[in-house]
Design a protein around this ligand. Structure first.
Ligand code: C5P
Length: 217
């Protein structure tokens, strides 16, 4: 296995863009594991699978063929990069992210992807469950209000008008689900470097993560 850098943290902490930038800087591959959970959720919804039927969901996840290239994710050779980001997919992710059997299936895929390459991987459980022996673990976080503010600006920039309260409420719900699940719950690994980003801009966060990585290697 190559060098593994894990970046975990709550929704809206800026993990994806920072992880992507850090991977580019280090010339490592980048893995967005949230996109995997989203892709399986979207695929199951498209197929009309009963989201309470864990057995069928596991079969579907085992058989699904996921591939990435830069910002694009394909499920069984169909580009679903845009479709996986809808609020409908987000609100159904818990059906895929909660059952340990489905998490196991995605964990095996994540470990397979890591084989033979240097990787920056981001999600909720990368440093705790999937890569407990990672060379460097970062936990990226910010206060709920700051994360909601950032999310609201992103949504506004893409032409969607939503109130701050609405964004904060949806985010609190997701935080709760992510923190309460029995397996793979959102938490910092005991040996993770925690970076609190409230008072930082994206460039500062990137530099702080790079510094953390340097200190581990
Ligand atoms: O990172 P993103 O917000 O796209 O992740 C979507 C959801 O997928 C998270 O809220 C979480 O429920 C789930 N997830 C997970 N484990 C991961 C990555 C994401 O359970 N490693």
């Amino acid at each position: 296995m190559g060098m593994i850098v894990t970046i975990d943290g709550p929704a809206g902490a800026g993990k994806s863009s920072i992880a992507r930038d850090v991977a580019a800087e280090l010339d490592y591959s980048f893995l967005d594991t949230g996109a995997m959970y989203r892709a399986i959720t979207y695929g199951a919804m498209q197929k009309g699978i009963d989201l309470n039927d864990v057995g069928t969901l596991v079969e579907f996840a085992e058989a699904a063929h996921l591939t990435w290239c830069d910002d694009r994710i394909d499920l069984d050779d169909n580009d679903i990069s845009v479709e996986i980001r809808t609020p409908q997919v987000t609100s159904n992710i818990r059906y895929i992210a909660d059952p340990p059997e489905i998490r196991n299936c995605l964990m095996r895929q994540q470990r397979r992807i890591a084989q033979g390459r240097d990787l920056v991987t981001e999600g909720r459980d990368q440093g705790t469950e999937v890569f407990p022996d990672a060379h460097c673990k970062v936990f990226l976080t910010a206060s709920p209000e700051e994360r909601a503010r950032r999310r609201q600006s992103q949504l506004q920039a893409s032409g969607r008008q939503v109130s701050f309260e609405e964004v904060l409420m949806a985010q609190n719900q997701r935080d709760l689900e992510d923190r309460m699940r029995p397996v793979g719950r959102l938490r910092a690994a005991p040996d993770a470097i925690v970076i609190q980003t409230d008072a930082m801009g994206p460039e500062q966060v990137k530099q702080a993560v790079l510094l953390a990585v340097q200190s581990c290697l």
